[in-house]
Structures are given as structure tokens and as C-alpha cells.
Design a protein around this ligand. Sequence first.
Ligand code: AMP
Ligand code: GLY
Length: 422
Amino acid sequence: MRVLVIGGGGREHTLVWKINQSPKVSQIYCAPGNAGISQLARCINIDASNIEKLADFAQKEKVDLTVVGPELPLSKGIVNEFNKQGLRIFGPSKEATEIESSKVFSKYLMKKYNIPTANYQVFQDSEEAFDYIKQQTFPLVIKADGLAAGKGVFIVKNLNQAGDALNTLMKKKTFGEAGRQIVIEEFLEGEEVSILAFSDGKTVVPMVSSQDHKKIFDNDQGPNTGGMGAYSPVPFYLNEFKKTVLEEILKPTVKGLQSEGREYKGVLYAGLVLTKEGPKVLEFNARFGDPETQVVLPRLKTDLVDILNAVIEGSLYKINIEWNNNSVVCVVVASGGYPSKYQKGKVISGLERLKKMKNTITFHAGTEFQDGKIITSGGRVLGITVWDETISKAKEKAYEGVGKIYFEDMYYRKDIAAKAIK
Ligand code: AMP
Ligand code: GLY
């Protein structure tokens, strides 16, 4: 099979690495890819959101299976277009992707089908929103309806902060159309867990649990990022939660989407909070998480390509998906300054030394080749990923790995997976 992976981050490096393990695969392409991916796949210089060019490429190269990493091409309808052209592609349609690309739709769906989530109200007018906020108790959460690269969510503790958030979203329109409507919801207290699941529209199979670290600084301080590290499994995701999440969250969501005429095929990612009243949904994503994928896929024993095919064909019920018992930790190394301004073009050293470590993989994110050297080209640069018998051992080795890497101004959190060890 000839497989095309769309995207160029750590998640896509992990997908390419896993797909490369399948005996069914003869050639992997990745658009646009990165320096790490180029060691396993042929990188194609096409933007991940250029649907027309990607479809032309898939036609010309007779690609048998396309796998989409990021949300943007999904929300722009890449799956609809590929299907129209008779090209096989893994991911939800534009309409089903609205579960991620419109928070208003996602909340509406959860309310209609009784899926546990934070109570909320939708507003199109900032004055009305402000009047509503005055009657609520803090903290509150204010969210842009549309995609805002993780930056459209404000947790506000008083009226002043709420006013600032409304200004940013609705008056200054910092996120454009994404902030035309907003969701105001109650603050959910508890540990966050990411549960990714495969869905073919009928059968839903959850993957193993993982936890992201969204904030830039240790102890979950500072602004949100794309994710500074992850680990799997999550020790406080108890067995009793697994059944609730499958029966009361994942299955009714997929069924609800079906009833709305939006069949869901792909990865459904539930961002959950384990509240005192049980697991509740913070958000849904319509794709693999980044960096969750880096810690989940190394635990997958089943051929990923078989699963992707079964999702497309609607025969997921036929597959027995198996996982190993390893504990996996991924520490993200970023460019200093991220998630604000940062410099690119720094030469990375130590990658060869890392390759000698056992049970360790360096997934590349923002890297590229220049004059035979690997340099930084993005905010998140590398994800040093290690598996071992326990989270504690995996964490120790992951940081040992980080110690072998150097580039100017590199930054990483020192407490990835610490919560799982206490
Ligand atoms: P979202 O994009 O909706 O996942 O929000 C990004 C981050 O904001 C989440 O990972 C949480 O850390 C935080 N957050 C969002 N909604 C809530 C909520 N209702 N209660 C508490 N934290 C929240
Ligand atoms: N790790 C968060 C996300 O993929 O959206």
C-alpha cells in the first residue's frame, strides 16, 4: 500500500513511524513532513490545508490511503473532497468535524443527547454576555466558537477579566469569525484526561488513556500551548471511569452525530475532567491529539493500517485492538519564547547520541534540514519519548534523553508525568 500522511508535527511523525511498521505498506509520503519524518517517508512540499493539491498528488501517485493529522484540513472538508474523487481517506467529514470546529455545535449535541459536560450559554452579543456573567459565580470559562489554535479559551476569575476576554473575542475580534459567537460555561474542577477512540460510525473503540500538559510552565502555570508533554497510562483514570466514558460519552456522541446526519469516521478525542460527579467533557477533537499520540501509539500492538482500513470500511467490530502494558512518557523540547515569539534556525545537536538509547524515540515537530544539519523550524521542536515498566522509570529516562540534546534557547518542562508518580 501507498500511504500519505498529512501534517508535519510530532503527531504525524508518530503516525508515520507506526504506519511504517505495517508489512502492508510499501511507500509512505508526508505533506509537508519534517526532518525526522523524512528519514521514514518521502516529504512532499504541499501545505497541509491545500486540499486541491493534496488530492492531485494522491491521484497522480496512486495513493491507497490518506491519513489526516491536523484539524484545519478536516474542517475545510478534505475528507468530503477525497471521497468525491474516489480517494480513500481516514478522518471525519467536514460536517462531523464540527464537533471540534464549532464549540456551539458540540455543546448543542452534548445537551441534546445528555452527554455530561459543563453547563453553558451561547452569546452573539457582548453586552448580553456581560449581563449574564454579572449574575454568575466565578471562575467562569469563556470560549470562542471556532478554531483558535487552542488560544480561544479564557478562564476568568472576576468581572474585569471577563470584560477583557469579551473585548478580545467580540470587540477586537482577535480570532476573527471564530469569536462571532461565544460559549460561557461553568468551570470544571478535577484532573484532565484525554481519551482518544476509533469510530467507524457504528463501533467505538477507546484507546489507552493519556494526559497532556497544556501550560508552558511547571505546575501548570502560564499560558496554554499545543502541549508540552504527555504520558500513558493515567493512574487515576480508574476502571470504573472506563465504562462510564464508553457508555455515557463516546457511544452516545457517535450515535447522536449519526442521528444528526453526520456519520463519524475517524478518531474521536474526548478531553475529559474527572469531577466529583464523574467524568465530564471539556471538549471534543476530531483527530489524534498532539502530544497524546506520541505516548498512545507506542502501546498499540495491532497493525494500525488494519484499524484505519476497518474504520473506512465500517468493519471495526471485526478487529481485536490490543495494547501493551508499557508506561510511556514524552517530554516536548520547545524553542525559548514559545508559545509567544521565538527564533528559528538553531542547529540541534545530540540527536545521534539519543538514537543509542534503548526504548527511546525522538519524534520531530518543528525541524528541517539545512546544509546537512537539522535545525529548528517551529515552536515545539522535539518530543523525547521513552517506554518502560513504570511511569517513574520512563520519566527518568526521558529526562536523561533530554539532557543529550542541545540547541540555543531550548526550553522544556521539568515536571512531565510528575502527577502520575506522587
Ligand atoms: P478547550 O480548548 O475547550 O479544551 O480548552 C482548553 C483548556 O482550557 C482545557 O484543556 C482546560 O484546561 C481549560 N478549560 C476549558 N474549559 C474548561 C472548563 N469548563 N473548566 C475548567 N477548565 C476548562
Ligand atoms: N493535545 C491537545 C490537542 O491535541 O488538541
